[in-house]
Design a protein around this ligand. Structure first.
Ligand code: NAP
Ligand code: ZN
Ligand code: ZN
Length: 363
């Protein structure tokens, strides 16, 4: 006689994705298993997944912490295909989003303050282990199983392709801009690096009526930044004259740059009490002279993604203001070329993989 399985007893499911096997970072098809759908889990058919620069850092083991094989991807939008018996937020057929994390202890000081992203036991969406010791694999794959606490609801008016990147790029800039009071009307925000994260910072800041200056290495991004994104000023980071003219004018700066770069002139751009927030993750430690900080009571801080409550708030804010990422949608088998182009900053401003239509999953 057949018996109903509880979630915990459910069979692991076969899954199919694209993985890097070594520090070449080259991805190729990969068969693996995901856990069965537990009582608190939802299963999702992955529709779209954004390509974050962190995927590149990790696929190539630039940080020295990659566990191969690695299936990257933490900007995931999908359709709910299964819900566990305790699930309350989702039903089959809903559209849902998964970002950078899929687990945390749920009881530490960080977790109880909706800061799961700073939980010492936080489980990244890929390149980590679940509590049971099994590996996590990301969104460059056909399906995913996640505790509903780590899944956000996607409002109906948001186009899905442009929504996927907000699950990492969006929340990573939204959270510090909120926390440090930089997403306010009349504030002058500097955004360093006009890539995936940077262009989301511009969109959020413009939505609340802040003044935005982009500090970029790419003169060819200026026209579109001003005309399409509404950037107020666009400074070229090696143009000393332009920088000099802007010294002491900014309330805060979000630095999204993925490679080592000087910080001194950025500190100089801040007003007294100004805040330089580092979200980009270059491998080399930055050079940071102290005197310019002292002489102006300036603050330098870091920030990592955001908690689940704030991620939902960010998505709802985006829906209210019709904000999505500007994306180039690509098929799964273009992923290696896309990663090469990310390395060369040759994308405006985010690649999104059309997973469902192009991954050709055998399962
Ligand atoms: P991205 O799309 O590649 O954008 C990075 C931008 O930085 C580029 O578009 C470019 O902008 C600028 N840049 C690149 N190389 C540079 C160099 N050598 N010198 C100066 N500027 C340079 O990357 P992303 O996905 O936005 O991610 C940016 C960084 O944030 C990555 O390091 C990523 O790992 C990190 N990240 C951190 C978190 C977090 O939680 N803190 C979350 C997600 C990502 P211009 O052409 O305008 O100069
Ligand atoms: Zn990311
Ligand atoms: Zn915790």
């Amino acid at each position: 006689m057949s018996q109903e399985l509880t979630g915990a007893e459910e069979q692991a499911v076969k899954a199919y994705g694209w993985a890097a096997r070594d520090s070449s970072g080259v991805l190729s098809p990969f068969h693996f298993t995901r856990r069965g759908n537990g009582d608190n889990d939802i299963s999702m058919k992955i529709l779209y997944c954004g390509i974050c620069h962190s995927d590149l850092h990790l696929a190539k083991d630039e940080v020295g912490m990659t566990i191969y094989p690695i299936v990257p991807g933490h900007e995931i939008v999908g359709e709910v295909t299964k819900v566990g018996r305790n699930v309350t937020k989702f039903k089959v057929g809903d559209i849902a989003g998964v970002g950078c994390m899929v687990g945390s202890c749920r009881s530490c000081d960080n977790c109880t303050q909706d800061l799961e992203n700073y939980c010492p036991k936080m489980v990244w969406t890929y390149n980590k282990h679940h509590e049971d010791g099994s590996r996590t694999f990301g969104g460059y794959s056909d399906k995913i199983v996640v505790d509903e606490h780590f899944v956000v609801q996607i409002p109906k008016n948001l186009p899905l392709q442009g929504t996927a990147p907000m699950l990492c790029a969006g929340i990573t800039v939204y959270s510090p801009m909120r926390y440090f009071g930089l997403m306010e009307p009349g504030k002058h925000l500097g955004v360093v690096g006009l890539g995936g994260l940077g262009h989301m910072a511009v969109k959020f800041a413009k939505a609340v009526g802040a003044k935005v200056t982009v500090i970029s290495t790419s003169p060819n991004k200026k026209k579109e930044a001003v005309e399409q994104l509404g950037v107020d000023e666009f400074l070229i980071s090696h143009d000393q004259e332009q920088l000099q003219a802007a010294m002491g004018t900014m309330d805060g700066i979000i630095d999204t740059v993925s490679a080592a770069h000087p910080l001194l002139h950025l500190v100089g751009l801040l007003k007294t009490n100004g805040k330089l927030i580092l979200v980009g993750a270059p491998i080399q430690p930055p050079e940071l002279p102290v005197f310019p900080l002292i002489l102006g009571r300036k603050l330098v801080a870091g920030s990592a993604t955001g908690g689940m409550k704030e991620t939902q708030e960010m998505i709802d804010f985006a829906a209210k203001h019709n904000i999505t990422a500007d994306v180039e949608v690509i098929p799964m088998d273009y992923v290696n070329t896309a990663l090469e182009r990310v390395a060369k900053t040759d994308v405006k401003y985010r690649f999104v993989i059309d997973v469902a239509n192009t991954i050709k999953s055998p399962y």
